[in-house]
Ligand binder design. Structure first.
Ligand code: SF4
Length: 240
């Protein structure tokens, strides 16, 4: 029986979510509640625009394969909330030599997710903070599962691109950047680190879903602030 996926949307010219030009699939549902979330309309699985089988998604992607030569990235929301669907989709991709990436917060890990990772070439992992209390304030969930997730990725030597959203007054304290870099520098499977400057792109979506957006007055970090974070990460040998 084909497994259905709850899908928010897809993009056929993704250039920011993995190597090359990619087909990017955004799945519906997320267990985190990040204060700066750009896609709060993905939080609940019920809001899915499409309910498609993995074969249907594969066929959709296959139509544009001449343009999306980089492969496929499954993002969200949290794609690993639907592990059976993603496993089946990635298995089809690997049978057809298509590069697979998953973009996750690393909050969930179980045997089904380990199965997804067998068919995954690259993990894009957001470690949103290194301080446990600040992580909780930012995401409404504990940090520990994400640290266990990255330990597992290291154990299976899975290539990882780390992502860090730089938010003035929330994630940019020098001591936190140093602790984050020091912690991550122990892993040998990190191929790249991207610093993503906070911006206000999600504001209208929070208004649409009628939720209070606490980041209304937060600014985008300056070039100097981004350079400073980059300098700290590089000083620990991270490939920024
Ligand atoms: S993990 Fe991503 S989708 Fe989920 S709340 Fe955080 S930013 Fe939004």
């Amino acid at each position: 029986m084909q497994i259905e996926g709850y899908i928010h949307s897809f993009e056929t010219f993704g250039t920011k979510d993995g190597p090359g030009i990619r087909f990017v699939l955004f799945l519906q549902g997320c267990p985190l509640r990040c204060l700066y979330c750009h896609n709060p309309d993905t939080w609940n699985k019920e809001g899915a625009k499409y309910i498609w089988t993995s074969q249907q998604v594969f066929d959709e992607m296959y139509k544009v394969r001449m343009f999306t030569k980089g492969g496929i990235t499954v993002s969200g929301g949290e794609p690993l909330l639907q592990p059976d669907f993603v496993s089946e989709l990635f298995r089809l991709c690997k049978e057809n030599n298509i590069h697979t990436a998953v973009d996750t917060s690393g909050y969930l890990l179980n045997n089904k997710i380990k199965e997804v990772l067998r068919y995954t070439d690259l993990v894009l992992l957001d470690v949103k903070h290194i301080d446990t209390e600040k992580y909780y304030s930012l995401t409404a969930r504990p940090l520990e599962p994400t640290l266990q997730f990255i330990d597992y990725l290291s154990e299976i030597n899975k290539p990882v691109w780390l992502r860090y959203v730089l938010v003035p007054d929330y994630t940019d304290a020098e001591e936190d950047l140093i602790r984050w870099a020091e912690y991550m520098s122990r892993f040998r499977n990190i191929e790249r680190v991207d610093i993503l400057p906070f911006h206000q792109m999600g504001l209208h979506k929070w208004e649409q879903i009628g939720k209070d957006y606490k980041m209304k007055n937060v600014r985008t970090p300056s070039k100097e602030e981004i350079d400073r974070a980059e300098h700290i990460f590089k000083s620990y040998g991270l490939p920024v």
